[in-house]
Unconditional design. Structure first.
Length: 108
């Protein structure tokens, strides 16, 4: 990418980093992860009480897996470990939700 030569070198490097596909992927992963809060807030506002919809957990898993891929690529052990543990917790929450729905169907 060619930028103005009058631009200081550090600023040019920062701007060029934003065009790195892995940086774009990392920001996209953070956006997906952030969207879970938007979904949770939206549902809570509609119901006028705090609600955690199932979509929250699916977005949590998607965002965590994307962040996991990004953190492995960046060789960041802290985010890699956190993403793995978070994903396991999110999957367990979905298992609990689906087990409850299954039990509720058997009772009715």
């Amino acid at each position: 990418m060619i930028l103005s030569t009058s631009m200081p070198g550090q600023i040019q490097q920062i701007i060029e980093k934003f065009w790195d596909p892995w940086i774009i992927f990392g920001f996209t992963a953070q956006f997906v992860f952030f969207m879970r809060f938007v979904v949770q807030w939206w549902e809570s506002e509609k119901k006028k009480q705090s609600v955690i919809p199932v979509a929250f957990w699916y977005l949590s898993i998607a965002g965590s897996l994307m962040i996991l891929v990004y953190s492995i690529r960046r060789q960041d052990i802290v985010f890699t470990t956190a993403s793995i543990l978070n994903t396991l917790i999110y999957i367990r929450n979905l298992m609990l939700i689906h087990n409850k729905k299954k039990a509720d169907r058997l009772v009715s």
